[in-house]
Design a protein around this ligand. Sequence first.
Ligand code: MF3
Ligand code: CO
Ligand code: CO
Length: 266
Amino acid sequence: MGLVTNAADLDRMRAACKDAAKILDYITPFVKPGVTTGALDKLVLEYLTDELKVKSATVGYAPPGYTPFPGAICTSVNHQICHGIPGDRVLKNTDIMNIDVTIIKDGWFGDTSRMYYVGEPSILARRLTDITFECMWLGIAQVKPGNTLGDIGSVIQKHAESSGFSVVREYCGHGIGQRFHQDPQVLHYGKAKTGEILEPGLIFTIEPMINSGRREIRQLADGWTVVTRDHSLSAQWEHSILVTDTGYEVLTVSEGMPPPPAFITA
Ligand code: MF3
Ligand code: CO
Ligand code: CO
């Protein structure tokens, strides 16, 4: 798992995470009805290669049992939960989409995702997106030394389920740093005061996947795309977070990131 406490290493991790967030800012104005997910992927690959001069962590990424992922982003539309493969799909008004990007800069990984509206979303899609954003931030607000991973999962699950939504169980947040996915596993459900105790220097993602219907998933034949079994809508937001001496630092920050909910800034 490895705690990162060295100041120079932390700065390298901050820089990688900021570049990942910058990519999500960059792509925002291109997300419009009529564009394909593949065109967005191409723009991101060019931007991160030519402008940022970093590497994609997802192009060619092939965990055991998977074929290499082809894209620099995951584009997960409507009932797609995560790992949507960019391609010929044309986005249309009312679609909602998660764009997830992970890059490697100087050997350090930055991983973040946001929801995007294509044109005008439905009332349900907007509410699901907002509640999922709040779930992520409620989880982030639990991050401080002495609290546990269960404290994070518990607040996320409570907010999602009390809103009439469900939490995907098969995928979780993860430790990150000089590797893409490492311990600990950060579940988005669970019981307060259980699980690993947070320590300064621990870095992990919080990336809740919340469904408007039932929590069960299905994996498509492309080997990657994960969808809701009942075809209900799904949303996800992701930040990479450092545990500090007194609380948390959100590492995947940028000028264009949506501001935290009022319960954080108050
Ligand atoms: N970025 C995703 C995560 O949050 C992982 C994507 S792996 C890919 O962990 F191969 F699908 F891109
Ligand atoms: Co992640
Ligand atoms: Co991600």
